[in-house]
Write a protein that binds this ligand. Structure first.
Ligand SMILES: [Zn+2]
Ligand SMILES: [Zn+2]
Length: 269
């Protein structure tokens, strides 16, 4: 499946969806039914991939076959009206674990979505820096001695290496760390070193010719996309395919924020 062939044809898609196979709050069937209700023509499932460290948010390897079986079942039900795609949101942890490794390359996925959620602490242990600020704030203190710049630089260093190593089609929410980082350090995104990191990510993405996700998960609550609205002109200027995804975890949110993001992108083009 070619991601751009979908996004060029229609806005009625969502290629980033979570369910009970990871930390989503609904079954795959419930998400599929919600997508049908809003008229989607393409729905991609992206459970958080199996991972090489302890994480309650990620699926286990033993769940991959049942996941693929459920995709086949949903294709039988919805295939005439809506294409159902099998994918994963693959975590990057290190040069030894990311979308590029054989395990993920051998899985029969229609496309691969790659995201950074974990940042290694000073002992090299991956720390989940995604999720709610209260948890992040505690981890910032306990695992990173309160050094927000270290966390942000590591996050983007991992993003750059992940892009260099390749093996995926869509770069997921590439400035996701900004949500928590900007709460820990207001104004951080206005600093020149921070903007230089954003520029690095975009130039790496251009070299790799991957699609860039505009993730709308936080729009309802925080009025922010990932990447942030402030970088949208740079993203558009890259000329790369843009994929607008809701990162749905609950059926009510299957299309949340997508129309607002699509409207913004159209207005800047
Ligand atoms: Zn994610
Ligand atoms: Zn996600």
């Amino acid at each position: 499946m070619n991601v751009q062939s979908i996004t060029c044809q229609t806005d009625l898609y969502n290629l980033h969806s979570h369910t009970h196979f990871c930390d989503g709050k609904a079954s795959m069937q419930e998400i599929a039914e919600a997508a049908r209700r809003v008229g989607m023509l393409h729905l991609g499932f992206t459970p958080h991939s199996p991972i090489a460290c302890h994480s309650t948010c990620n699926m286990v390897r033993e769940a991959v076959d049942p996941y693929l079986s459920e995709i086949a079942r949903l294709r039988d039900i919805h295939g005439e009206q809506m294409q159902v795609w099998q994918s994963m949101e693959i975590d990057y942890l290190s040069r030894d674990f990311g979308p590029h490794i054989d395990y993920f390359q051998r899985l029969p996925l229609d496309y691969r979505l790659a995201s950074v959620h974990f940042v290694p602490n000073y002992d090299g242990i991956p720390i989940d820096c995604d999720g709610r600020y209260e948890r992040f704030s505690q981890r910032l203190k306990e695992e990173f001695r309160g050094d927000i710049r270290y966390v942000v630089e590591k996050f983007f260093e991992h993003t750059l290496t992940m892009i260099e190593l390749g093996g995926f089609d869509i770069l997921g929410h590439f400035d996701k760390i900004a949500r928590n980082a900007s709460q820990a350090s207001p104004g951080i995104e206005e600093e020149s070193w921070y903007e230089a990191l954003i520029d690095d990510v975009i130039s790496h993405a251009i070299s790799a010719q991957v699609a860039i996700e505009v993730n709308t998960k936080a729009y309802d609550e925080h009025k922010r996309f990932f990447p942030s609205q402030r970088w949208m002109d740079k993203v558009i200027a890259s000329g790369l395919p843009i994929v607008v995804n809701s990162d749905v975890h609950h059926p009510d949110k299957v299309n949340a924020g997508r129309n607002e993001a699509l409207k913004l992108i159209r207005s800047l083009k």
